[in-house]
Design a protein around this ligand. Structure first.
Ligand code: HEC
Ligand code: HEC
Length: 165
């Protein structure tokens, strides 16, 4: 019995060993790829090295509402939000974007989704899950992209448009 069991065990061991070697080779290849990809994104060739912080970019604050890349994209913020307090007790954004204040401020109202709970229940005020605006809405800076972007808008993919003719 023992004599029969032994070769089976060794075969299993060698399969494990081969799998281990493959995994090790794969990890090494991945690590090499990561070494090539990461520095342009982090700015540091050596992740733990001290590097000078790049200058803060200039925000685009031209007040021109930008087209969205897709209908449900949180629109980007086209104005300065420098010094706007956004805390549990005070929400500067809502002083212009809340439904009640839009007539005076000229700001677009936060859309209906911002008044909905997770279950779709409509509230009188902004839903807690939409309270911290900058979790989703961000200002833009005019900077050079770190990697090329081949994004194509879906309306340029040859679809017919409703109401075109
Ligand atoms: C003083 C009033 C005011 C305050 C405060 C304010 N906004 Fe605005 N916001 C506007 C106005 C007006 C516009 C329309 C575009 C423009 O004039 O800049 C706008 C546009 C936007 C847009 C673009 C909407 C779209 O459909 O393109 C977003 C997003 C936005 N604001 C988010 C914020 C956030 C987040 C804050 C708080 C950090 C904030 N705003 C604070 C007045 C304000
Ligand atoms: C969880 C993410 C999230 C948070 C938090 C959030 N928004 Fe939005 N917002 C969106 C998305 C997604 C859209 C576009 C689709 C929609 O209307 O739901 C949007 C749309 C908007 C629009 C454009 C509305 C329109 O009809 O064109 C404004 C203005 C806006 N948000 C302001 C705010 C303000 C101000 C806050 C903070 C009180 C806020 N948002 C918080 C995700 C968010």
């Amino acid at each position: 019995m023992r004599g029969q069991d032994r070769p089976r065990l060794t075969r299993r061991a060698s399969v494990l060993l081969a799998a281990g070697l493959l995994a090790a080779a794969g990890t090494a290849a991945l690590a090499q790829m990561a070494a090539e990809i990461v520095p342009p994104l982090t700015g540091a060739g050596q992740p733990m090295a001290d590097t000078a912080a790049p200058p803060v970019p200039h925000w685009v604050v031209d007040d021109i509402r930008k087209m969205r890349a897709y209908p449900e994209q949180p629109p980007i913020i086209p104005h300065s939000i420098e010094g706007y307090q956004l805390s549990v007790n005070s929400n500067r954004c809502m002083s212009c974007h809340k439904r009640e204040f839009t007539q005076g401020s000229g700001a677009p109202m936060i859309s209906v989704t911002h008044y909905m709970t997770r279950e779709g229940q409509m509230l009188a005020d902004v839903s807690p899950r939409r309270y911290f605006c900058t979790a989703c809405h961000v200002p833009q800076a005019d900077t050079r992209p770190l990697i090329d972007n081949t994004f194509v808008d879906m309306s340029e993919l040859g679809v017919g448009h409703a109401g075109d003719q």
